[in-house]
Ligand binder design. Sequence first.
Ligand code: NAI
Length: 257
Amino acid sequence: MSVFEGKVIIVTGASSGIGAGAAVHLASLGGLLVIVGRNVEKLKETADGILAAGGAPALQLQADMTKEADVEKIIAATLEKHGCIDVLVNNAGILETGSIENTSLAQFDRLMNTNVRAMYQLTMLATPELIKTKGTIVNVSSVCGVRAFPGVLAYNVSKAAVDQFTACVALELAPKGVRVNAVNPGVIITEIHKRGGMDEETYAKFLEHCKVTHALGRPGQVKEVAAAIAFLASDAASFTTGISLPVDGGRHAMCPR
Ligand code: NAI
C-alpha cells in the first residue's frame, strides 16, 4: 500500500515551486490532493502533473490566502468533497527585500498577513478535522526562520513566527495525536526570488553565490524539499513533532570565518 493511500492532503501555494512539487510527490505516494492557489491556469498545470505522476485527480481550489472568506472556503470545499482532512501543508508564502532603514509597515503587513496570518487561520480551521483523523501539519518555514540575515527583515521575522507557531501548536495538539512540524529550506530554485524583485542577472549571481553560502556547495531543488515534507507528513515520522527541519545544504550550521 502507498504511504498516503486515501489520505486527504491540502497544499497551499500549490500552483508553483515547492508547493507544486510537494503536491505532485504526495499524490504519487497515494494522497488525494486538494491544491490551493490563486492562478487557475498554473493550478491546472500542477493538477496535470499529478495525473502524469500516476496520482488521483486533484481538487483545485482558487483562493487568496490573505482573504478570510477564501480560507474558510478551502475547508468547506475539502469537507464537501472528501469529508475529512488528514494532512495540511501550509506552504504559500511571499518574499520581499527590505531592511529596518527602508522597510515599511505596509511591507510588514504584507509579509505577516501572507506568511503567518493566513497559516494561522487555515490551521485554526483545520484543527478540529485533524484531531478527528489524528492527522498532521507541515509548515514551510525557511532557514531565515532560524538564522539572521540582513536585508530581508520582514520575511525573516515572519519565518521565525512560523517556527514558533509550529512548536507551540505541536505542544497543544500532541495530546490529541496530531503532529506539527516545519521544513526550513535554504535557497531552492523556484520563482520566489524573481517574484521578490531580483532580475535575471542578480538571480544568476545569487545562485552562483549559493556555492559559498550552502555547505553542500549548491542551491537546492524543489524535489528535495518535497521529500522532506513527505517524510514529516508520513508515519515514518510518527515520533517527531515540533521540529523545524533544515533542508538547506547545511546552511543553518554555518558561521562565517
Ligand atoms: P513560489 O513563489 O513558487 O511559491 C509560493 C506560492 O505561494 C505561489 O504559488 C504563490 O502564488 C503562493 N502564494 C503567495 N501568496 C499567496 C496568497 N496570498 N494566496 C494564495 N497563494 C499565495 O516560491 P517557493 O519558493 O515555492 O515558496 C514556497 C514556500 O517556500 C514559501 O513559503 C517560501 O517562503 C518558502 N521558502 C522558499 C525558499 C526558496 O529559496 N525558494 C527558501 C525557504 C523557504
